[in-house]
Design a protein around this ligand. Structure first.
Ligand code: NAD
Length: 467
């Protein structure tokens, strides 16, 4: 299979090629071109030219183009599925979930607009807010949910009248490049371009004076570099960064049912989800029973090399992340933490790591304070609401959390005290296109999705009309 950068509606190759691995088997995947600075400059020039007319296209036309893109993706689903499953290591079930979500996000944005609002009116003056697009958006994406996270950015930026240049992660560029190829006939040249590249291309995007906004999803460490560079040209910025999400389990829950769901939330794509539960706080009255039920659910996780079984469990996506997870396990072992169930010594294929549960590690241990992004579940005990709120909030990150309680008023009271952008009540973390998604503290700047997310892809211009 051949892959191309897409610049000004042309399929481009490059003298510089890269290949990534299938994490399930470690087999080499396809060659893909690596874009250089000249490609970026050309793409920016094409986008600036395209913006002059794309911003004037009626929103209904822009919506139609996006709806066609969703239909085209759906029609080519078999091919996109194969590529996405192989590059991410996801099972067929998880790959289907990501493609369904991608379609949902594109179709959500294909049905949206931000109309003008009258802010004030009297006999002498009318004050109206309008929402013109920003210009050229640079989108930089991670490897964990490469297609849905990219296409959520693309569809929101385009429906608002911006042009976009997208850079996928070098670990997972393939499905994004293929979808951009499908989009060539649907958008004017320069409106939607994709440059596969390494971190350097990302850095050059953040510095480029012809890019008006950077929307970045990735780690907090990289987010800080992105911000430092983007601020040099005062670009608009949305940063969706890492988290250390907690699940709080109240004493009145149905222990067996909730333990199963919490395990699913922790182990969805093996914890490689920005809002996967990374710390579990269980009330002391049910701690023992819950631990037993959670361990049972975790031990039932099967490693299926074929990817055909209906499993939410995955290999770790890449060698770098594999080493981070292994180091965290080694740290817990060397510090004498109690493993309620262990990874074991059995040889695993690909980058698979069997899930483990760590029973009450200290609050200041690495496995509690760091984003593990892997299948290790630290289980803590709590006794009072003020204690658990204080411990959950005692972190630099603030992306998401879950609260589990039969009494939803209790759950909502706790949720409102959490310093995070999203709280799921009686569900594990399932982001929706309708909900604004944002990280507090060092989990991000600004946010995306939902009605408010669209505002991150436009200015608000005030028209003050004297009568
Ligand atoms: P990463 O920060 O390593 O890379 C993200 C992207 O940034 C890649 O495309 C990479 O090539 C690019 N990049 C690297 N250095 C750059 C630089 N100096 N300038 C510009 N671009 C640069 O993140 P990752 O490992 O791909 O993704 C995992 C992380 O992403 C986790 O921390 C996870 O929590 C976070 N994440 C957050 C969200 C969210 O919405 N908040 C969603 C998914 C993942």
């Amino acid at each position: 299979m051949e892959f191309f950068n897409i610049v000004n509606s042309e399929k481009r190759q490059s003298g510089n090629l890269m290949t990534s691995l299938n994490p399930r088997t470690k087999e080499k995947l396809w060659n893909a071109p690596v874009a250089g600075e000249a490609d970026l400059n050309e793409a920016v020039q094409a986008a600036r030219q395209a913006f002059k007319t794309w911003k004037l296209v009626e929103v209904e036309e822009r919506q139609k183009s996006l709806a066609r893109l969703a239909d085209e993706l759906d029609a080519r689903r078999g091919q996109i599925h194969e590529i996405l499953a192989r590059e991410t290591g996801k099972s067929d079930l998880l790959t289907n979930i990501e493609i369904d979500d991608t379609l949902k996000f594109i179709r959500f944005n294909a049905s949206r607009s931000v109309p003008d609002e009258i802010e004030y009116e009297d006999g002498t003056v009318k004050i109206v807010s309008t929402h013109p697009p920003l210009g050229v958006v640079g989108a930089i994406c991670p490897w964990n949910f490469p297609l849905v996270l990219a296409m959520a950015k693309v569809s929101a930026a385009l429906v608002m009248g911006n042009c976009i240049i997208l850079k996928p992660s070098p670990f997972t560029p393939y499905a994004t490049l293929k979808v951009a190829e499908l989009a060539i006939p649907l958008f004017p040249p320069g409106v939607f371009q994709v440059l596969n590249g390494d971190n350097e291309v990302g850095r050059l995007m953040t510095l480029h004076p012809g890019i008006d906004k950077i929307t970045f999803t990735g780690s907090t460490a990289t987010g800080k570099k992105v911000a430092a560079n983007a601020i040099k040209t005062l670009k608009r910025m949305t940063l969706e960064l890492g988290g250390n999400d907690a699940s709080i389990i109240c004493p009145d829950v149905d222990v067996q049912a909730v333990a199963q769901k919490v395990a699913a939330g922790c182990l969805f794509h093996s914890g490689q989800m920005c809002v996967a539960t990374k710390r579990v706080y269980v009330h002391k009255d049910i701690f023992g029973e819950f631990r037993e039920a959670l361990v049972k659910a975790v031990n039932a996780t099967e490693i299926d090399v074929s990817g055909k079984e209906p499993s939410l469990f995955s290999p770790i996506q890449n060698d770098m992340q594999y080493r981070i997870v292994k180091d965290l396990l080694a740290d817990s072992k060397s510090n004498g933490h109690t493993f309620a169930c262990e990874e074991g010594s059995q040889q695993q294929p690909g980058f698979f790591i069997r899930p483990s549960v760590i029973d009450r590690p200290p609050d200041d241990s690495k496995i509690v304070t760091m984003e593990q992004f892997g299948p290790i579940i630290p289980l803590m005990e709590w006794s009072s609401e003020s204690d658990v709120i204080q411990r959950v909030n005692d972190t630099d990150s603030g992306l998401g959390s879950c609260v589990w309680a039969r009494d939803t008023a209790t759950a909502e009271r706790l949720a409102r005290k959490l310093e995070v952008g999203s709280v799921w009540i009686n569900s594990f973390e399932i982001p929706s296109p309708y909900g604004y998604f944002s990280g507090w503290k060092q989990s991000g700047v600004g946010g995306e999705w939902g009605r408010q997310g669209l505002l991150s892809y436009c200015h608000t211009q005030t028209l003050q009309i004297s009568k």
